[in-house]
Design a protein around this ligand. Structure first.
Ligand code: ATP
Ligand code: MG
Length: 363
């Protein structure tokens, strides 16, 4: 497979264009499940065409690396067979240690060979050899004197290539690669008004990690991934109630008769406090170290944002209004196909894949 070139991260620079008509597909390969969203342009806005998800067992993706390529490949094929996609061109995303995001300020007097200068300078920030990564950047601002503020993204090539080949082997075309942070920012921008005097913390609480991005004036000014997620809660339930992982998981998400045993409710509360503590720590760090607008509210996404009572615990800990992000504030859907209940239920897990689909559709 040819190595992706600059511009593949159109999440940053939007260089690629493709012939997908007016449909756009986002594919999020998460550690607990694969989620696929197809949107269709409807006038100036977007409409939900398809949403599908396939669960993965715990050993398929570990530390955001695909361990079992066949299982990922088969799961994507299952989704494709279920959903009759209009477009095969997809935007995928990466997260975890394979991704490095750095804000840099550099003196670049002339714009000629800007890319080479940035990449050359960026190499010193990378924990890997430059030959092992694919890089992209976005210029955030540039003064008359040539002082340039840059957002650099680098991803480990070997990990990216496995993602790309799994997607390709399933018959899709990975035209765009993004990162979960930017997908979150994207879905936020499409659904919430922007206020230049405030920053907002967007938090995706998945199965294996929590991704937090602070967005201000359309720029991801702070990003942090913490290795805490819903799987921690499941394994605690599993341990304390002496259950299999699968039974603990179904108990957690209300699959067993709906009611939750007291031990599970207690563990959920403890875990919610852990998530809240982690979120508060990141926001405090940002507020203390940045001269930008302070964070004025928090929006939660990801499957674990469905833990009952979590938004209130986060709100109390962080002292900031907290809600679950609703990607369907502006994205419409056909009520003859999707009920309000269904759309409300998928909202948190659909947030990142919708952000990816919006990116795919923005070219
Ligand atoms: N109703 C619910 N209550 C509590 N937790 C839930 C609920 N629904 C899903 N979850 C949890 O959400 C997690 C899955 O969320 P999500 O699909 O966002 O993660 P992922 O994308 O697979 O993981 P990651 O982003 O960490 O790689 C699982 O841990 C799951 O148990
Ligand atoms: Mg995820």
């Amino acid at each position: 497979m040819a190595g992706p070139k600059r511009g593949l991260f159109s999440g940053l620079s939007g260089l690629f264009s493709f012939g997908g008509g007016n449909a756009a597909v986002g594919l999020s390969i998460g550690s607990s499940s694969i989620k696929l969203v197809e949107l269709q342009r409807s006038g100036k806005s977007w409409k939900l065409l398809h949403f599908g998800t396939v669960q993965l067992t715990e050993d398929v993706i570990v530390n955001h690396e695909i361990i079992n390529q066949l299982a990922v490949n088969e799961s994507i094929k299952t989704l494709i067979n279920q959903l009759r996609l209009k477009s095969k061109n997809v935007c995928i995303s990466l997260s975890g240690t394979a991704v490095i995001i750095k804000r840099m300020s550099m003196d670049i007097p002339n714009t000629k060979d800007l890319q080479d200068q940035i990449f050359w300078e960026a190499e010193q920030y990378l924990p890997f050899d430059a030959s092992e990564v694919v890089m992209d950047f976005q210029i955030l601002s540039r003064s008359k004197e040539g002082r340039t503020d840059i957002l650099l993204v680098a991803v480990k090539k070997s990990i990216l290539e496995v993602y790309m080949s799994c997607v390709e082997a399933a018959g899709l075309v990975p035209k765009f690669v993004d990162v979960d942070f930017f997908a979150l920012q994207n879905v936020f921008e499409a659904n919430y008004p922007s206020n230049p005097s405030e920053a907002v913390a967007l938090v995706d609480i998945g199965a294996s990690s929590t991704k937090l991005v602070i967005s201000h004036a359309g720029i991801p000014v702070f990003t942090k991934e913490s290795l805490i997620g819903g799987t921690n809660l499941t394994t605690e339930i599993q341990r304390q109630l002496n259950l299999s992982f699968t039974d603990a998981e179904s108990l957690k998400i209300g699959g067993v008769g709906g009611g939750l045993p007291q031990e599970v409710s207690d563990l959920m509360h403890i875990m919610s406090e852990n998530f809240a503590g982690e979120i508060k720590k990141s926001i405090d760090f940002y507020n203390a170290s940045s001269s930008g607008a302070p964070v004025s509210y928090i929006l939660l996404a990801g499957g674990s944002s469905k833990i009952p009572g979590l938004p209130k615990v986060v709100e109390d800990h962080a002292g900031l209004p907290t809600q679950v992000l609703n990607p369907f504030n502006s994205i419409t859907f056909d009520p003859a196909i999707f009920t309000n209940e269904y759309v409300a239920a998928i909202g948190p897990v659909a947030a990142v894949p919708i952000g990816l689909a919006l990116r795919a559709g923005s070219s």
